[in-house]
Design a protein around this ligand. Structure first.
Ligand code: GLU
Length: 420
């Protein structure tokens, strides 16, 4: 009988944790503590719709761990949000912030909705009411939301405004990923995609390769996928495939990323109908194209037991959170494919968020060059540590990254002690 794969993100996160924790000498209570989110908040709230009706929405904010600093993590709007998904994403933030050594913990939020079917005014009212609902548990020293799937600088501005109205003063540090004219940081918008490329280039170099002439396929053409593709081109890498929710495009001679973006901008953000490349169907098969670098930059559970055997890339660099399942991880490792895990590959976003938060506290705005210089430095150092440990322990990079991160959070927890 065919083995059924467990695709529950929360259980996957726990499996990944266990794989690394087995290699560390953790107290049994510590293991339980680190696996369990501190707080799972669920809110149901009404929003006035444009047609005069009132609709109920459900939202979550999960605070996983704050041993190393305030809870930190994005907020997503999606019809697929579930508490278990948000719990997984929150724990991935804890490991991500620890791995790249920024003084934050981990959290995540989500609102169940389909933003493509809502007007801007409806989105604003929903964002503001959700922010109000969670305003007791967020704050610049408590928990700091940021953009994620289907949320952006505009959504962050509404959150900043709503929270600040409640506090009766401006609190810029309550969210990151704001516009640069409202306390946002230069370089934040591209930081996740940029980080994906910096890390991918590190992995490529370690294999003795030069970026020039390599090919890449990018799944997802949102903030992460677009900037990753754009910056890869700057490095001399040829983008031969891109997919989004509507279609997948393929051109072995190279896709003009800016042209594709321009088209999508005019086409409800979709690549559907783009005529300068072949469209492949089903769109998921773009993952199986022969290429050097594959960047899943969409959602969870894209590379599974079902298709891992068909992946032909030499490097999988995870722009998305949780795109590869544990069974797929094993298959890719056995095939000798280098997988750079999400908590390392996409950490550029939260590192830039940390810089934004520091600038807000200091009432400063750093130059773009300062931000990207510091960003690259942090990323390269985290990549080096991870790669070295993976080689030393003869494990995949995900396990090594988790070992470093769990070790750091455990040490902070142990040293702080248990209250009371
Ligand atoms: N949503 C992003 C992530 O998954 C960024 C989080 C942040 O900047 O707080 O890492």
């Amino acid at each position: 009988m065919k083995k059924m794969e467990n695709l529950n993100p929360y259980q996957i996160a726990q499996m990944q944790f266990d794989r690394a924790a087995d290699k560390l000498d953790l107290e049994p209570w510590m293991r339980e503590f680190l696996k369990t989110p501190d707080r799972n908040v669920s809110v149901d709230f009404p929003v006035k719709m444009d047609d005069g009706s009132v609709k109920m929405f459900t939202g979550y904010r999960v605070q996983h761990n704050n041993s190393r600093g305030p809870y930190k993590g994005g907020l997503r709007f999606s019809p697929k949000v579930s508490l278990d998904e948000v719990r997984a994403l929150a724990s991935w933030m804890t490991w991500k912030t620890a791995l790249v050594d920024v003084p934050f913990g981990g959290a995540k939020g989500g609102v169940l909705c389909d933003p493509s079917k809502m007007s801007r005014a409806e989105l604003e009212r929903m964002t503001r009411r959700f922010t109000y609902e969670i305003s007791d548990i967020i704050g610049p020293d408590v928990d700091i939301p940021a953009p994620d799937v289907n949320t952006d600088a505009q959504v962050m501005s509404w959150m900043l405004d709503t929270y600040s109205m409640g506090q009766r003063r401006d609190v810029f540090g309550v969210v990151t990923g704001k516009p640069t004219f409202l306390g946002g940081s230069h370089g934040r918008d591209e930081a996740t995609g940029r980080g994906v490329v910096v890390i991918a280039m590190g992995a490529v170099k370690d294999e003795g390769l030069e970026p020039k002439g390599l090919t890449a396929v990018v799944q997802g053409f949102g903030n992460v996928g677009y900037h990753a593709a754009r910056i890869l081109v700057e490095k001399g890498v040829k983008i031969i495939g891109i997919s989004d929710i509507s279609t997948a495009i393929y051109n072995p001679d190279g896709i003009d990323v800016e042209d594709a973006k321009k088209y999508a901008k005019k086409n409800k953000l979709l690549l559907e109908g783009y005529d300068k490349a072949e469209h492949v169907s089903p769109k998921e098969s773009i993952l199986e194209v022969k290429t050097d670098i594959l960047i899943p930059a969409a959602l969870e559970n894209q590379i599974t037991m079902e298709n891992a055997g068909d992946i032909k890339a030499r490097f999988v660099v995870e722009g998305a959170n949780g795109p590869t399942t544990p069974d797929a991880d094993r298959i890719l490792y056995e095939k000798g494919i280098i997988v750079v895990p999400d908590i390392l590959a996409n950490a550029g976003g939260v590192i830039a968020s940390y810089f934004e938060w520091v600038q807000n506290i200091q009432r400063e705005q750093w130059a773009y060059e300062t931000v990207v210089g510091k960003l690259d430095e942090k990323l390269i150092s985290a990549y080096r540590n991870t790669r070295n440990l993976a080689e030393k322990e003869k494990v995949d990079m995900r396990t090594a990254a988790y070992m470093i991160a769990i070790g750091r959070v455990a040490e902070a927890t142990r040293t702080r002690g248990i209250f009371p």
